[in-house]
Design a protein around this ligand. Structure first.
Ligand SMILES: [Zn+2]
Length: 253
C-alpha cells in the first residue's frame, strides 16, 4: 500500500484494505501549542502523523486516522498561538471518531497521544467507549508515565545529562522534527529550557499555573544539541515500545 493514512486513501482502497484484514484504526490526539522559540506550534501534530503512519506499518493490520488537533493545552495558553479545546469538545471529537470507525466495521481502535496533556482524557474515553461498543476492542497506547520513563532512559542511553529529553521542545522532540523535515526547526533560535525532574510541586505548577511558571521560554529540556540521527534512534525506540504495548493490549503478541 502507498499510504496507511485513511485521509489519503480513496474509499475503494479502504474497503479493499478492510477485506484484506485491516481491522484496526489508530487515532492520534495531538496539539497546536507553543513549542519554545525553535519549533512550530504544529509540532505534536507533525509528530502524530509521523508516529501514526509508522505504527500502522509496524502493526501490519492497521490504518491511521486523521490526527486530532488541537488538544488539551490549557497549560500552554500563556504563549501566543496556542489553542486548547474545552474538555467536553475534545471528548466529543474522540467519541465521534470512534462512532464513525465502529460504524464502518473496524473491530479494534487504538487511542494514542503525541501530547502530554491528552493522556488522561483519552484513557477515560477508551474506558467509557469500551462499554458502549462491546464488539469493538478499544485500547490506548503507552501512558504518560511510560513515556516519561522512556525519555529518562533515552538520556541515559545517549549519555546526555538527565532532563535533556525533558518532554517538551527538548532534544527528543527537536531531533525527531529534524528527522521529519529540517525546515520545521529554527536552529539558530534553539534555547535550553528547564532541565531537571518534573514532579511533586513543580508538576502541579506546570499544569495549574502554566508551563511559563517553570520555563519562561516554554521549553522542558535542552534542544541545543538536537540531531536528526539521534532523532531516528529515539523514534525507533519509542515506536517499538508503543507497538509492543498495543500488540499486548490487543492480544496480538
Ligand atoms: Zn510536543
Amino acid at each position: 500500500m502507498k499510504t496507511f493514512l485513511l485521509e489519503k486513501m480513496t474509499w475503494p482502497e479502504i474497503k479493499e484494505a478492510m477485506e484484506n484484514g485491516f481491522d484496526t484504526v489508530i487515532i492520534f490526539a495531538a496539539s497546536i501549542e507553543q513549542h519554545g522559540p525553535g519549533l512550530p506550534e504544529c509540532t505534536d501534530t507533525a509528530l502524530g502523523y509521523f508516529e501514526a503512519e509508522d505504527l500502522a506499518r509496524r502493526l501490519g493490520n492497521a490504518l491511521a486516522a486523521p490526527v486530532i488537533r488541537p488538544g488539551l493545552s490549557a497549560h500552554h495558553m500563556g504563549f501566543p498561538g496556542s489553542i486548547t479545546l474545552r474538555p467536553e469538545t475534545f471528548k466529543a471529537i474522540l467519541e465521534d471518531y470512534i462512532a464513525a470507525y465502529a460504524h464502518h466495521g473496524f473491530r479494534k481502535i487504538v487511542l494514542c497521544s503525541s501530547h502530554g496533556g491528552n493522556f488522561k482524557a483519552i484513557e477515560k474515553v477508551a474506558e467509557e467507549q469500551s462499554e458502549k461498543y462491546p464488539d469493538v476492542k478499544i485500547v490506548t497506547g503507552i501512558c504518560l508515565d511510560e513515556l516519561d520513563a522512556a525519555l529518562m532512559e533515552m538520556d541515559r542511553v545517549e549519555g546526555l545529562p538527565a532532563g535533556t529529553c525533558g518532554g517538551h521542545a527538548c532534544d527528543w522532540e527537536t531531533s525527531i522534527m529534524m528527522l521529519i523535515d529540517e525546515d520545521y526547526v529554527r536552529r539558530d533560535k534553539l534555547q535550553k529550557g528547564y532541565v531537571g525532574q518534573l514532579n511533586g510541586e513543580l508538576l502541579d505548577r506546570f499544569f495549574n499555573q502554566g508551563v511559563g511558571s517553570v520555563s519562561p521560554i516554554g521549553v522542558m529540556g535542552d534542544p541545543t544539541g538536537a540531531d536528526p540521527e539521534r532523532g531516528r534512534r529515539y523514534f525507533e525506540y519509542l515506536q517499538e515500545l508503543q507497538a509492543e504495548c498495543i500488540r499486548r493490549k490487543l492480544g496480538e503478541d
